[in-house]
Design a protein around this ligand. Structure first.
Ligand code: ADP
Ligand code: 5GP
Length: 201
């Protein structure tokens, strides 16, 4: 299953996803391409594939992206290759903006869409400032975009309110686990159980 997670910058998507990846086997992260400069704590190929604008444009023109968008003045995109390779191995989570989520919704109807929001606007501002990863003008741009993005909830299936981190983490985990428990998703396991019933007198 593909899970698309979106929400205003600074609401805690990366924090939630990193924690979840460490706790939930069988879940992978779709690493995006971006022209944004790498932050000091980010790892190439793990957080993003950091590319030049030229390289990004080349990929865009050769239709290498499932979706792409300009976000806060930088280009971000999910490559088709990343999604097809990793989704074959199990569940996959995409951390992309609302414009990207809209594009994925048109292409992959069966994906699940999760909207992550902060408990309030002041809390979002506090988190962006505390993160210390962006200069003041970038924070101002992210906050003004957040006012627009928060209006786009109708695109999504689920809402996770990231107030208390552990509770939000449990909610995100529950979304994925409940899907894994669908009978139609467990046919293979269930067949084995049925077989064991038949092989005993
Ligand atoms: P995003 O990926 O949505 O841009 P981050 O995961 O980078 O957001 O989180 C932004 C900041 O908020 C980080 O400093 C992070 O440690 C902090 N943060 C994330 N979730 C919470 C939470 N539930 N409560 C308090 N701070 C949080
Ligand atoms: P950041 O620069 O803080 O890592 O990410 C900024 C925004 O870009 C976030 O909203 C994040 O979800 C979004 N983003 C990251 N990767 C992609 C992508 O591949 N496509 C799209 N459309 N947005 C992305």
């Amino acid at each position: 299953m593909i899970y698309v997670v979106s929400g205003p910058s600074g609401c805690g998507k990366s924090t939630l996803i990193k924690n979840l990846l460490a706790r939930l086997p069988g879940l992978q992260f779709s690493v995006s391409h971006t022209t944004r400069p790498r932050r000091s704590d980010e790892v190439e190929g793990q957080d993003y594939y950091f590319v030049t604008r030229e390289e990004f444009e080349r990929m865009k023109n050769s239709e290498a992206f499932l979706e792409w968008a300009e976000v806060h003045g930088q280009l971000y995109g999910t490559s088709q290759e990343e999604v097809s390779r990793k989704s074959r191995q199990g569940d996959l989570i995409l951390d992309i903006d609302v414009q990207g989520a809209r594009q994925v919704k048109k292409k992959l109807e069966q994906a699940s869409f999760v909207f992550v929001v902060p408990p309030s606007y002041p809390e979002l501002e506090k988190r962006l400032k505390q993160r210390k990863s962006d200069p003041p003008e970038a924070i101002a741009l992210r906050l003004s975009n957040a006012r627009r993005e928060i209006q786009e909830s109708n695109l999504f299936d689920y809402l996770v309110i990231n107030g208390d981190l552990n509770q939000a983490l449990e909610e995100l985990k529950a979304i994925i686990l409940s899907h894994r428990c669908l009978l139609r998703e467990r046919q293979k396991e269930f067949k084995e159980i049925l077989k064991s019933f038949k092989s005993w007198p």
